[in-house]
Design a protein around this ligand. Structure first.
Ligand SMILES: C[S@@+](CC[C@H](N)C(=O)[O-])C[C@H]1O[C@@H](n2cnc3c(N)ncnc32)[C@H](O)[C@@H]1O
Length: 132
């Protein structure tokens, strides 16, 4: 399905799927939404130091990237499923890197790492991507 990069109100990118007339994130701000829902009220508010997270829909990789960025005080095993991965042509143009500390290479690794394997990306963060 065709996807277009759009800019949301906080300047961060998201994807629009014309066939479904749907965005991947809030048009009011992809980063703002993900930070509010997944990081501040999810990851950071959870009392446990060791977390297993399951994400249904890796999509742009934004939640994964922000979790990796925000999880330093915890130990996270992050499993994410994505049956319809986006193409390099698209993910390489997403501007999430302008909003986080890590460099682009780690974001590309999130998209390009092997499937069905535990990949230790940081001392405290292990990723396992699955097609379904
Ligand atoms: C709203 S978007 C994802 C947002 C994503 N968390 C992000 O930050 O970009 C929903 C995602 O779910 C994926 N999806 C669709 N059907 C799915 C399924 N059966 N299992 C897992 N993911 C699915 C889509 O391909 C899409 O990437």
């Amino acid at each position: 399905m065709k996807k277009q990069i759009i800019k949301t109100a906080d300047g961060s990118h998201s994807l629009f799927v014309p066939a479904l007339n749907e965005n991947y994130h809030s048009k009011h701000g992809a980063i703002a939404e993900a930070m509010h829902v997944f990081i501040k009220n999810g990851l950071q508010s959870h009392p446990k130091k060791k977390l297993n997270i399951l994400e249904i829909g890796f999509g742009t990789g934004l939640n994964t990237l922000l979790t990796l960025e925000g999880a330093a005080s915890k130990k996270v095993h992050y499993t994410t499923l994505e049956p319809f991965p986006i193409e390099r042509e698209i993910y390489s143009k997403l501007n999430f890197q302008d909003f986080v500390k890590s460099d682009q290479s780690i974001f590309l690794r999130l998209h390009e790492c092997d499937l069905e394997k535990d990949i230790k990306l940081k001392e405290y963060f292990t990723l396992c991507k699955k097609k379904k």
